[in-house]
Ligand binder design. Structure first.
Ligand code: HEM
Length: 228
């Protein structure tokens, strides 16, 4: 069997360089919040020492997982709302496999964040109370924002389940359910900014703010395209 013909390079920037540029851009967006996080916490190992209360190391890692999950979700929304244009730009027939892999990775890291929170709480208090993390009881400002994070996590799960099973089970509506990703993204931005620590850093205020503006712009473009 002969290998499929490679697309000819377009005039200007060749496809291989475009792919490297796209990868470098994505890695930069992942590295920037993690770099701010690292600069703020000053390394991880000392949080596991006796100097700090039990669970502090897990709590700090939980924050890093939250940032990673948020940026991956942003990249997933950018890819999902421009999948054909990006595939054309980098000279690939389809980026659907990448879209699926990124969706799975985003969900795994998003789940790791509350799991680390549960671990930190358990070490700190000696009480294993998963329900208080899976469904945080509403009441004060802090707990309402925790609940918002949990609801957004379930919206993400519903959006991903719709993409996997929807074409068979809900052929007419799965795409609409998949759009819950957007609601989750905006809710998570609010969750992160209202109770987060590094999210007070000016670099992250600007970076995550710009991400929100971009996602709104891509969402509006999609909506207008659907209306026309
Ligand atoms: C059951 C679900 C969730 C729980 C219990 C939870 C819990 C928390 C807690 C306790 C904080 C405050 C950390 C701090 O002291 O700085 C936090 C912040 C944050 N969470 Fe969540 N979260 C949940 C879901 C999510 C999801 C699904 C994402 C992203 C996909 C996310 C992203 C973030 C981010 C980016 C921060 C800010 C971290 C910082 O600036 O320190 N959270 N979350």
């Amino acid at each position: 069997m002969t290998a499929p013909a490679r697309p000819l390079d377009p005039p200007g920037v060749p496809y291989a360089l475009r792919r490297r540029l796209a990868l470098a851009g994505a890695l930069f967006l992942v590295a920037l919040p993690l770099g701010v996080f690292w600069a703020e916490v000053g390394g991880l190992s000392h949080y596991f020492s006796a100097q700090y209360p039990p669970g502090q190391g897990a709590y700090i890692m939980m924050r890093a997982a939250g940032h990673l999950a948020f940026v991956l979700l942003f990249l997933q929304l950018v890819l999902g709302s421009n999948v054909r244009a990006i595939a054309r730009w980098v000279g690939r027939p389809s980026l659907l496999r990448l879209h699926r892999a990124l969706g799975g990775t985003t969900l795994a890291v998003a789940l790791l964040h509350p799991i680390l929170f549960l671990w930190a709480r358990t070490l700190r208090s000696g009480l294993f109370e998963p329900l208080k993390v899976i469904l945080p009881p509403p009441g004060d400002y802090y707990h309402n924002r925790l609940l918002l994070g949990a609801v957004c996590l379930y919206l993400l799960m519903a959006a991903i389940a719709a993409a996997i099973y929807g074409p068979r089970l809900l052929p007419r509506v799965w795409r609409r359910v998949h759009l819950l990703n957007y609601a989750a993204f905006f809710g998570l931005w609010l969750h992160a900014f209202s109770i987060g620590s590094e999210t007070r850093h000016p670099v992250l205020v600007v970076l995550y703010g710009a991400m929100v503006v971009l996602v709104i712009a891509f969402g509006l473009r999609r909506l207008l395209g659907a209306i026309r």
